[in-house]
Design a protein around this ligand. Structure first.
Ligand SMILES: [Zn+2]
Length: 109
């Protein structure tokens, strides 16, 4: 059981897909053998198991980091892209985030 933990989910999906595809291919050639149908379901089950692992991991991560992500989002929100505004007195370019003109010191807001 210790080794199974290390199987990456994408490998399970790939493996399941290969088994299901291969089994359905043989099943088609053998004209509906019941034993091959079992392999199709086994392959699909492995694929679904792999998908479930991904979803579970994603869901777990989402729950764990939700507070951190909200904090990150809030920290990033007020940072609007600075716009250029022109001073009404001297015409110098200033960022709309600055309160005074850097050239003449006129109050911009
Ligand atoms: Zn100015």
């Amino acid at each position: 059981m210790k080794g199974r933990k290390g199987i990456p989910p994408w490998l399970l999906i790939m493996l399941g897909g290969i088994i299901a595809t291969y089994a359905s291919f043989i099943n088609g050639r053998m004209d509906g053998s019941a034993s091959m149908k079992v392999f199709i379901y086994v392959g699909l089950a492995i694929g679904v198991f792999g998908l479930g692992k991904i979803v579970f991991k994603w869901w777990k991560e989402k729950g764990k980091n939700s507070e951190e992500k909200v904090a990150e989002k809030l920290a990033g929100l007020p940072e609007k892209a600075p716009r250029i505004v022109f001073c009404s007195k001297c015409g110098a370019k200033n960022y709309n985030t600055s309160h005074f003109c850097h050239m003449c010191g006129l109050k911009l807001k």
